[in-house]
Design a protein around this ligand. Structure first.
Ligand code: ZN
Ligand code: ZN
Ligand code: FE
Length: 768
């Protein structure tokens, strides 16, 4: 029997070869009708034998589904037959109606394109912008929706007849690949000196010269997919030192790039899990354990035990590496902690004193997108920075909101999040908002993403911290309701969101800083948390952080604060010699002491991050965090993993108050070990083991009281792989089921998702 059906499909269905697949299946099955992209996804009308239509729907979702397609919903309704319909066509996109589109993430060059690029007989031989439906830039070039060429930065390039033919041919793998281009009609690369003069043009000449400069120890600014990289030969110690000097980046590890996993394996340990994520179309930076005696310059990643490696992901990278390069430092193109540079003119202005030459191209990057960073936790890839390759793919939740929501995130490692129905659209990593330029970018990005997904938030969520820029911005936005959410509750909720749970669970949340409901700086919390509410079950005993913001940089401050808080239990004068060694300036120490005595410029805190700083300083790893978590990372890097012993901890329980974790006895034991000349790696192991055990013990106490058996762990401290893996193991041994982060970072990059899901739950409750 002849039927006609209208089918609505949502999901990742635009810009991924979906319509050609629909066309091919429909014509194969002799069905007529049409398909077009609209603002909700894809609409199809099919006419033909009923069983053929059924067959169509089955194939589309199984055997004939293109690689990158993710179908989320597929609804079909019967409509009247159109007697004149006798063929199947692909229609132009429709931008009317409610916009609900899916712009996809930027993807690494695919195997098919790479093969063509190496084929001398192909008209795209050695073309640095080769791409297809399965690969290439997306989010970074999209200005507006629907995702069609006129709405991308490729609009400047008029397709030549060959490209145009492929673009229009439904049987071609470049059918409607929006960035399609070739040497005749597409973008080009060129090399400029630091005066902005073009010194080389033509791919072969440019690539040869660029590689020659790199091999000669020069610093190159290279324009990629989401912005500029600064590149040097990673095996050249002098070049790496020079890059640090010019970039004003004294300590933070540099990311590395190689062209194959085989080469990466010469320098770092790669297992099956890390190999898969390295090779995926996302192509993130993956933190890999260093191999001993590697030839990588020591200045690349000092004070950490990992290298951050990624594979080539733009065609240009492969062309460069073909010219004899082994491993390149590919660090973000910026000065110090400023935002990533993505514009040619801006690069020339800002990096003039940094780069010796600029490998540019004339394809405009519309959105700056940093490289994503992944590490392996509990044998799974987990995100540390979510950007290129992931954004803007929404996180789909069972939690759904009838009202659009905006969640502003945290001020550090900021991301923000929109909620539209059950889609949680998290922004790419924005950065630290105290930087004025980053803050400006934050405000612009909110509007861009809002437009791209046509979200009109009436509910606004933000952090509880009154001084956060993100809070102040959120409070200034028009809304029917604005909710401020405690930082650690948002951390716990972000884990719940990823695992599609409502709670309650036991939340073990450890980080550096979060504004507490009592005005103190929280940072080692055991919460009983659900999406509806939370209760503070326990925390690290308060100590004072003298010198406000300085306390996050200088480890002597939390250390003296901790000793003061524990002075009833430990003999503080025994620490005098050690304190002098850490901070030789007598006057500074005495000012800090006065601040502590008189409680001037002191904040009460339960921060665990600062405890890591203090212990790192005690064992001689330095007194200063030049970048966030430098000292804790150094402490993790030296762990002697053969040591299973640990230091002691205690609990204190006062009626009607949260349980308190007391680690002062541990500080005394560390001092004793230092005096006995115990190796720093042993002390570090015993410290980490103590913290893991203490957190597990806190969870056990929470289980005793509540009967809950699920623990959610979150917070920046859990970027520490040793601690996280050990805690998960301890909790599993006690029969807990453990939820940790995979899709969003454990650090403050995950806060916006947590805020968003709490707000979504609140809306749902208000409506029912
Ligand atoms: Zn491709
Ligand atoms: Zn062309
Ligand atoms: Fe945090």
């Amino acid at each position: 029997m002849i039927k006609r059906k209208r089918i609505f499909i949502t999901g990742q269905v635009q810009g991924v070869g979906f319509r050609p697949a629909v066309y091919q299946i429909a014509t194969k099955l002799g069905l007529s009708g049409f398909v077009y992209n609209d603002t909700k996804g894809v609409t199809i009308e099919l006419q033909g034998q009923e069983d053929k239509i059924e067959e169509f729907l089955r194939r589309l979702q199984t055997v004939d589904k293109p690689l990158m397609v993710q179908i989320k919903t597929c609804k079909a309704i019967n409509i009247p037959i159109n007697d004149d319909d006798n063929k199947f066509v692909i229609q132009a996109s429709d931008s009317k109606g409610v916009i609900f589109s899916q712009v996809t993430a930027d993807m690494a060059v695919c195997g098919d394109c790479l093969r063509e690029m190496q084929d001398e007989n192909d008209f795209r031989y050695h073309y640095p912008f080769i791409n297809c439906t399965n690969c290439g830039p997306r989010y970074s070039i999209v200005k507006n929706i629907p995702y069609d060429r006129p709405n991308t930065t490729m609009v400047e390039f008029k397709m030549c007849p060959k490209c145009s033919h492929q673009y229009k041919d439904v049987n071609d793998r470049r059918f409607h690949a929006q960035p399609v281009a070739c040497p005749q009609c597409g973008p080009q690369i060129f090399l400029q000196n630091n005066k902005g003069q073009t010194t080389q043009s033509g791919t072969e000449e440019v690539v040869t010269k660029a590689a020659e400069l790199l091999l000669g120890g020069k610093i190159l600014a290279i324009k990629g997919i989401g912005g500029f990289h600064l590149a040097v030969d990673a095996l050249n110690e002098d070049a790496v030192i020079e890059l640090r000097k010019r970039k004003k980046r004294d300590h933070k590890p540099f990311a590395l790039m190689a062209k194959s996993v085989e080469i990466i394996k010469k320098y770092a340990m790669v297992n099956e899990i890390s190999e898969n994520i390295l090779k995926s179309p996302i192509s993130p930076i993956v933190l890999l354990p260093k191999k001993p005696d590697s030839r990588i310059a020591s200045g690349v990643a000092e004070g950490v035990n990992t290298f951050g490696f990624m594979l080539c992901y733009a065609p240009l990278h492969y062309l460069l590496f073909e010219k004899g390069l082994e491993v390149l430092v590919m660090t973000s193109g910026n000065i110090s902690d400023e935002p990533l540079i993505y514009d040619n003119q801006q690069a020339l202005q800002k990096l003039v004193g940094v780069a010796d030459a600029f490998l540019m191209h004339n394809r405009q990057i519309y959105r700056r997108v940093d490289d994503s960073i992944v590490h392996i936790i509990n044998n799974q890839p987990a995100l540390l920075r979510r950007a290129r390759g992931y954004v803007p793919s929404p996180i789909i939740s069972k939690q759904s909101s009838q009202l659009d929501i905006f969640a502003g995130g945290s001020d550090l490692k900021n991301t923000f999040c929109f909620v539209k129905n059950n889609q949680f659209i998290c922004s790419e990593h924005i950065g630290d908002l105290e930087d004025a330029e980053t803050y400006h970018y934050y405000v612009n990005s909110i509007e861009h993403l809002r437009k791209l997904f046509d979200v009109n938030p009436s509910i606004i969520a933000c952090d509880l911290h009154p001084a956060y820029f993100s809070t102040q911005h959120a409070l200034s936005m028009p809304a029917s309701k604005t909710i401020q959410i405690q930082h650690h509750w948002a951390h716990a909720a972000s884990v719940l969101a990823e695992h599609n749970l409502d709670g309650p669970v036991i939340g073990i949340i450890c980080d550096g800083t979060g504004y507490g409901t009592d005005g103190a700086i929280w940072g080692c919390e055991c919460l009983i948390a659900s999406l509806d509410s939370f209760e503070r079950f326990g925390h690290l005993s308060y100590y004072f952080l003298p010198g406000a913001d300085k306390a996050a940089k200088e480890a002597i401050r939390p250390l003296m604060g901790l000793l003061k808080a524990g002075s009833k239990k430990i003999k503080t004068d025994e620490f005098a010699e050690l304190l002098k060694k850490i901070e030789p300036d007598d006057e500074k120490r005495s000012v800090i002491l006065q601040q502590l005595d008189k409680k001037i410029n002191c904040t009460e805190s339960s921060s665990l991050g600062r405890v890591f700083d203090a212990v790192a300083a005690m064992v001689g790893l330095g007194n200063y965090n030049y970048f966030e978590a430098q000292l804790p990372m150094a402490l993790e890097a030296i762990i002697d993993s053969d040591i299973s012993e640990r230091y002691d901890f205690e609990f204190e329980q006062t009626q009607g108050m949260p349980l308190q974790l007391d680690i002062n006895v541990m500080l005394g034991q560390i001092l004793k070990d230092i005096k006995a000349r115990t190796a720093a790696g042993v002390i570090s192991a015993k410290f980490h083991n103590c913290i893991a055990e203490a957190l597990c013990a806190m969870a056990l106490k929470a289980r005793e009281k509540t009967g809950l058996n699920t623990v959610a762990i979150s917070g920046g401290v859990f970027c520490n792989r040793y601690l996280t893996n050990r805690l998960i193991e301890l909790l599993n041994n006690k029969g807990f089921s453990v939820l940790s982060h995979i899709e969003v970072p454990s650090n403050d990059g995950g806060i916006s998702l947590g805020q968003a899901v709490i707000a979504a739950k609140m809306v749902q409750k208000d409506k029912s």
